[in-house]
Ligand binder design. Structure first.
Ligand code: IVH
Length: 704
């Protein structure tokens, strides 16, 4: 039984749900400003469907469960679809997909073929061609009547004005598909919107919808919209000569229909497949659930369709959706949850970063309870307020993000809690926080701030720096709190007695930690430089300086111009390094590190980057080339891989751009880098063997 929880009368709840669904339909379809993620909308529809199925007396003729979308708005002229544009039933897990196949099994042969397609997250569109010529484009609207967007859609380059002459054009054909905006185009559009203080779009689908809903088609023309065709609506044979027939492909199977549409000039998504049996369909769904971020556009599931068109006709449709197809929906990457508080964390440079403390929510494959808000301006732009519900997004390996508030509910406008204001004092030490004119970041002004100290010391011990295993942030916090650590040099005077009386430190963990500290004394100079946490100085710059000057003294006495002259360094890093070493406090720390026996030399000293020891000058195969590494390569740390590139004269930045020569893919690569490489057409080097070949020859692996 699915009666609403808490003893609410099902009749009352059904009424509430209808109001809510209609309200959200309007926000989504007419205003292009949805307030809740799709998954939550789907949950409302499902709840209403369940009540209506348990209480048939509560069904009403105009229930939103009996229709799709929302009635067409009055902004564009109405268009009656010759064949209704239906919605799809959803399966939210393999069990529901199986249940659909079981229902079909009674009516179709056991070896029925299915076509699996990506479910594109865009705007459904019906294009009418008469005698091969484009005459009209209409949105779905309520499924029966949509909106005339002919002029706007005509600006989409993917959509042909006329069918290719190699196909036999029917008298009328409605080609259906999805108008979408590729992710890169969406990001670019939002960058432009931000610059011109225009409205920001929340996701690519809304930006596609907003771009179509322009009174002036020349605005649509500036938006990079694309199209995938996936279905035929109305189809009428030519009447002249009498007895003309329809192309066989369009009446026999869905797969052949797609092939015909492709020949007629429509973009057909290449990732579709004919499968036999449910387990193959499920494997397709699982594959794309895992790889959805490898695509340059958003998908929210897979559509499984019965291939044989005569079987499709036999199966028919309900009032809302065909029985011969189902949408397998991926778990949502956006959910709403309560924003409990906004807090500020202090980084090692003193930067105060606001972050959202959330009611834990399962989204994008993990439970999220914290999300960064970047800086004061971002909190203001997003207008998120503690105590309100917010939309949280977590896509792939991208860090969780608060998209914005869930504003007005169907119940009317609630009074909003007050705006959040950036604290004026550091939450760790109470010193004033300062934001410089023209900068977006806020900083704690106290160099002795324990919050900064904890971050600085944990960073010193981190893997990319001095790699001191067992020195995590919690332990550093404990030691700083007990006054055992004031700066990084204090680590090297630790003895077993240091830990006397600290709970949780047995002989073994003490020995391990002391051993790890001991081992860190012999790290090469560039690791020490990374560990000092000098602003702007990352791994590449540290390595360049260490190689160029060989010793710490060499760097300290070099002077700013000489630092800036090093390849891979430049004036900003040079100024920051010079300023860091000009501080008496910092020099004191460095002296104590040196006296503690910490190595301050670089093997391969005096060599410029790219001429490292072990790599003869002649083997500088990557001079001037920028190679990005993502994921783990067998037998190499990320740092080693990057060092190998730099040692050969190349650069290894952390992000992909159009200047990137190649992207090296290891295990579990970062989805955003893969997507970016794909969008920009950057060559990919797969795994350690191809990487070694690239290092040796400086050339890309040949295809095939
Ligand atoms: S077939 C009658 N195929 O999903 C069947 N729809 O939730 C018509 N969609 O209204 C739809 N990708 O806007 C189909 N490969 C695909 C699709 C797809 C995205 C959209 C379409 C539809 C909605 C249903």
């Amino acid at each position: 039984m699915t009666d609403p929880p808490g003893g609410i009368d099902p009749a009352v709840r059904a009424e509430q749900l209808r109001d809510l669904i209609e309200y959200h339909n309007d926000r989504y379809h007419h205003l292009d400003a949805p307030e809740i993620p799709d998954a939550e909308y789907d949950a409302l529809v499902r709840e209403l469907l369940a009540i209506e199925s348990d209480h048939p007396d509560l069904r009403v003729p105009d229930s939103p469960t009996g229709s799709v979308g929302a009635p067409a708005s009055t902004l564009f002229s109405p268009v009656a679809h010759r064949v209704p544009m239906m919605s799809l039933d959803n399966a939210f897990n393999p069990g529901e997909l199986e249940a659909w196949a079981d229902r079909l099994a009674k009516h179709i042969p056991a070896d029925t073929a299915f076509v699996c397609e990506l479910k594109i997250d865009g705007v459904a569109m019906s294009l009418t061609y008469e005698h091969g010529r484009y005459v009209q484009a209409a949105t779905r609207g309520d499924g029966r009547v949509g909106e005339d967007v002919t002029a706007n859609v005509a600006t989409i380059a993917d959509i042909p004005d006329s069918l290719d002459s190699s196909v036999k054009a029917p008298a009328v054909i409605e080609v259906r598909g999805e108008v979408y905006m590729p992710i890169a185009a969406f990001e670019e559009l939002n960058r432009r919107q931000a610059e011109t203080e225009g409205r920001l779009f929340v996701n690519p689908r809304n930006s596609a919808a907003g771009s179509l809903r322009q009174k002036d088609a020349s605005v649509t023309a500036t938006r990079a919209l694309s199209f995938w065709a996936y279905q035929v609506g109305d189809l009428q044979p030519q009447t002249d000569p009498p007895g003309s027939t329809l192309p066989e492909e369009l009446v026999s199977s869905h797969a052949s229909t797609l092939a015909w549409l492709g020949r007629a000039g429509f973009p057909i998504n290449p990732e579709h497949r004919v499968v036999h049996g449910l387990s193959e369909a499920l494997a397709f769904c699982r594959h794309w659930e895992e790889h959805r971020h490898d695509l340059g556009y958003e998908i929210d599931g897979v559509v499984v369709k019965v291939d044989d068109l005569s079987l499709q006709r036999r199966l028919g449709a309900t009032s809302r959706a065909p029985r011969w197809a189902i949408a397998y929906k991926f778990p949502p990457e956006e959910r709403t949850t309560r924003l409990r508080a906004i807090e500020v964390s202090i980084g090692r440079t003193g930067k105060a970063t606001p972050f959202a403390v959330l009611e834990p929510v399962f989204v994008g494959g993990s439970t999220v309870s914290l999300a960064t808000l970047h800086n004061e301006d971002q909190v203001r732009a997003k207008d998120v307020r503690p105590g309100e519900d917010v939309v949280v997004r977590k896509a792939g390996d991208v860090i969780p993000e608060v998209v914005g508030p869930v504003l007005v509910g169907a119940q009317g406008k609630p009074r909003r809690p007050p705006e959040w204001t950036f604290p004026v004092v550091c939450p760790s030490c109470g010193a004033p926080l300062a934001r410089l004119e023209g900068e977006s970041d806020t900083f704690c002004t106290n160099l002795d701030c324990p919050g900064q100290r904890v971050q600085r010391i944990s960073h010193f011990g981190s893997r990319s720096a001095m790699d001191i295993e067992g020195l995590g942030e919690q332990r550093v916090e404990l030691f700083v709190g007990r006054g055992l650590l004031v700066d990084v040099a204090d680590l090297y005077s630790f003895t077993p007695d240091t830990f006397a009386g600290i709970e949780g430190f047995g002989a073994l963990s003490i020995a391990n930690l002391l051993g790890a500290i001991e081992a860190s004394r012999s790290r090469p100079l560039h690791r020490l430089l990374v560990g000092l946490g000098i602003r702007h100085l990352g791994q590449v710059g540290s390595l360049a300086l260490a190689r160029a000057f060989g010793t710490l003294d060499g760097i300290v006495s070099a002077g700013e111009p000489a630092l800036a002259a090093v390849d891979g360094v430049g004036p900003i890093i040079a100024a920051s390094v010079a300023e860091w070493f000009a501080s008496e406090v910092n020099r004191g720390v460095v002296d104590r590190l040196r006296r503690a026996g910490v190595n301050v030399e670089e093997p391969g000293r005096g060599e410029v980057v790219g001429g490292a020891v072990g790599v003869p000058f002649a083997d500088r195969t990557l001079v001037g080339k920028s190679v990005v590494v993502t994921g783990t390569l067998e037998g190499l740390t990320r740092e080693e891989a990057e060092e190998a590139i730099v040692a050969r004269g190349g650069k290894s930045p952390g992000s992909v751009s159009k200047r990137t020569f190649a992207v090296v893919l290891g295990e579990s690569p970062g989805a955003s880098k893969v997507t970016k490489a794909e969008q920009l057409g950057i060559p990919v080097v797969n795994g350690v063997e191809q990487f070694v070949a690239l290092l040796e020859t400086g050339e890309l692996p040949s295809k095939g």
